[in-house]
Design a protein around this ligand. Structure first.
Ligand code: DGL
Length: 272
């Protein structure tokens, strides 16, 4: 019996935070990861552009016969999820609902901070998702666009990262949020720094774990889980030269990044 893979995409290396959790929760599953490194960042682009990019990547992965698609990018989840769900027949899982669910579970005071890219914060997708689950929650948001290049560059624990985090997080800290959603797949790379700046007593929510649980539940429900005794293979595609992705990705996955192939969506793919 041949088993299909789980498709996962992000604008770059950040979605590996979600892949890592999926690999931990479902070690038997094959995965195909796409990082759109030629067009990162998505967070500064218009919803129309991000939706088009997401459609092209979904088309690329669906042609490789995946059984489920994980949109491991907050910006793409915030703006392109409805269109992907409409157009694909396989289950599509985003990262925003799982992150919102987790935030509601861990908050004590109902004062929840959300940080993300400009596109994610502007979309209000997190605020809507949190308020749907807990209408009396107080949601404070802040775009932190410079965190993305810092994470891509691997500058996660130096003084530049600290000063940037202090500047961005000052208001949320003063507003005494007790929970902070890392609403961008790159931000878990800066988790330690963000935790230091926010101080003790603030829960940091990273949607990756919760997203992996959602993927496992859907596959179990649809009887699409591979037997536990199998060992998953992991393939990586990027749209620019792989060097930077390999460097940061390997550090992030603890040196376990497999082969990375550069592909050109322009030449072979049409958007769905
Ligand atoms: N992956 C994006 C996100 O989670 C961050 C990087 C970008 O702006 O493309 O929002």
């Amino acid at each position: 019996m041949t088993w299909k893979s789980i498709g996962i995409f992000d604008s770059g290396v950040g979605g590996l935070t979600v892949l890592r959790e999926i690999m931990q929760a479902l070690p038997q599953e094959d995965t195909l990861y796409f990082g759109d490194t030629a067009r990162v960042p998505y967070g500064t682009k218009s919803p129309e552009t991000v939706t088009r990019y997401a459609g092209e990547i979904a088309s690329f992965l669906v042609k490789r016969d995946i059984k489920l698609l994980v949109v491991a990018c907050n910006t793409a989840s915030a703006v392109a999820l409805p269109s992907l769900k409409r157009q694909l027949t396989i289950p599509v899982v985003g990262v925003i609902e799982p992150g919102a669910r987790r935030a509601i579970e861990v908050t004590r005071t109902g004062r929840i901070g959300v940080i993300g890219t400009t596109g994610t914060i502007r979309s209000s997708a997190y605020t809507r998702a949190i308020k749907r689950l807990k209408p009396d929650a107080e949601v404070l948001t802040r775009a932190c666009p410079l965190f993305v290049p810092l994470a891509e560059e691997g500058w996660v624990d130096n003084h530049v990262a600290r000063l940037t985090a202090q500047t961005y997080l000052q208001e949320l800290k003063e507003a005494a949020v007790d929970t902070l959603v890392l609403g961008c797949t790159h931000y878990p790379l800066l988790k330690q720094m963000i935790a230091d700046v926010m101080g003790p007593g603030v829960n940091l929510v990273d949607s990756a774990e919760e997203t992996a649980r959602t993927v496992a539940a859907i596959l179990a429900d649809k009887k699409l889980l591979r037997p536990r005794a199998e060992k998953g293979n992991h393939n990586y595609f990027v749209s620019d030269i792989p060097a930077g992705f390999v460097r940061v990705g390997n550090r992030f996955l603890g040196g376990k990044l497999g082969d990375v192939f550069q592909v050109s969506l322009d030449e072979e793919e049409e958007s769905i």
